[in-house]
Design a protein around this ligand. Structure first.
Ligand code: FDA
Length: 311
């Protein structure tokens, strides 16, 4: 079922038609506070009231025109200004293929640099980082290269790595040497077994190993800041226990989750003294992203079906 949803996420016929159905739109609403930036900022404000920081992300990927990427940058600059004026503990999370990576990597770099610069000058003590999402495996090299170049100029650029890829251990070694800011996820795309662990238990084990590397004394000494992005309660407990044994204070451990998923767990983490950040997506281009959320959890498919039968 996971593969079917991940294939559907890349299907343009479905992408055109499915969002027109009300039951699909109703199901998406659980994971999306709304389609525009106002909705996302309102959610960020509510979460901040509970001690939870946010990452805002405008949905969209693989844009085909330079003007589309320019519109995304301009929209994000406006959001950064609003984050700043409201003093929200809020960063941005961006996809390089939405900033023009498929068109021209220098153009994409320049777009990222504009955002990093705007975030630096608008930076609040709690915000100001531009996080780069990690997309499908053909983009990993280009993403890491752009991240490395951007970080040389802007210390507030961070990157995501995926535990399901065999290569990630080597990438993490290099990111530790750079003292980078890194978000660790399991990985949301359909990848072949030649490059990614096919078994979930192996992905989970690799995730734990990579988390240990990113939180190690060596990494912390090199300036690494790690965000542990997962909803997996067992992994969170295992990493938290290991970190406690290593003497890492709770307020130096950051757990990231997606909006609408494991809300009680988000509040529990904050109550217990950990940092918690929630990624809030917004925008109208939600179909591929929603298919990836369905692929992650069979219960979401039942939720979709209930919305269909419920009229
Ligand atoms: P896993 O899939 O094992 O789920 C563990 C438990 O969490 C499930 O049993 C369920 O209870 C709950 N859960 C997980 N997903 C759910 C869902 N969709 N709905 C309801 N419950 C769910 N990926 C990527 O490739 N590139 C990226 O840049 C990012 N960025 C990113 C940022 C942040 C903040 C998060 C939290 C995640 C990402 N991801 C991502 C997605 C990530 O790769 C992964 O697909 C999801 O986080 C699901 O994996 P888990 O680690 O939660 O574990």
């Amino acid at each position: 079922m996971r593969t079917a949803f991940l294939k559907a996420s890349e299907n343009s016929w479905l992408r055109e038609r499915a969002p027109k159905h009300r039951f699909v739109r109703r199901s998406v609403a659980r994971f999306l506070p709304g389609e525009n930036a106002n909705d996302a900022l309102a959610a960020a404000r509510r979460l901040a009231g509970s001690g939870i920081s946010t990452l805002l992300s405008q949905l969209g990927e693989n844009i085909e025109l330079r003007s589309e990427a320019e519109a995304v940058v301009s929209q994000y600059r406006d959001v950064l200004a609003r984050i700043h004026s409201a003093s929200l503990p809020c960063d941005l999370s961006v996809k390089l293929t939405q900033l023009g990576l498929d068109l021209d990597s220098e153009f994409c770099f320049a777009n990222l640099a504009q955002l990093a610069e705007a975030a630096l000058s608008a930076s609040t003590p709690r915000g100001g980082t531009i996080w780069i999402d990690m997309e499908h495996s053909p983009y990993v090299d280009a993403t890491l290269e752009i991240h490395r170049g951007a970080r040389a100029k802007f210390p507030n650029v961070a990157v995501c790595v995926q535990a399901y890829l065999y290569r990630t251990e080597k990438d993490v070694e290099s990111l530790i040497a750079q003292g980078a800011t890194v978000r660790l996820v399991k990985g949301a795309y359909d990848e072949p077994s030649e490059i990614a662990f096919p078994k979930k238990s192996d992905v989970d084990e690799n995730y734990f190993r990579l988390a240990q590397m990113l939180l190690s004394a060596e990494a912390r000494k090199s300036g690494v800041r790690a965000a542990i992005a997962t909803h997996d309660g067992k992994l969170i407990a295992r990493i938290a226990d290991w970190a406690a044994a290593e003497g890492i204070p709770k307020d130096q451990l950051e757990f990231d989750m997606l909006y609408g998923i494991q809300r009680a767990e988000q509040l529990r983490l904050v109550r217990e003294g950990y940092r918690c950040r929630v990624l809030v997506s917004y925008g109208s281009y939600w179909f591929p992203w929603f298919m990836r959320r369905l692929a992650e959890r069979p219960a979401n498919v039942l939720f979709l079906a209930r919305n269909l039968w419920g009229g």
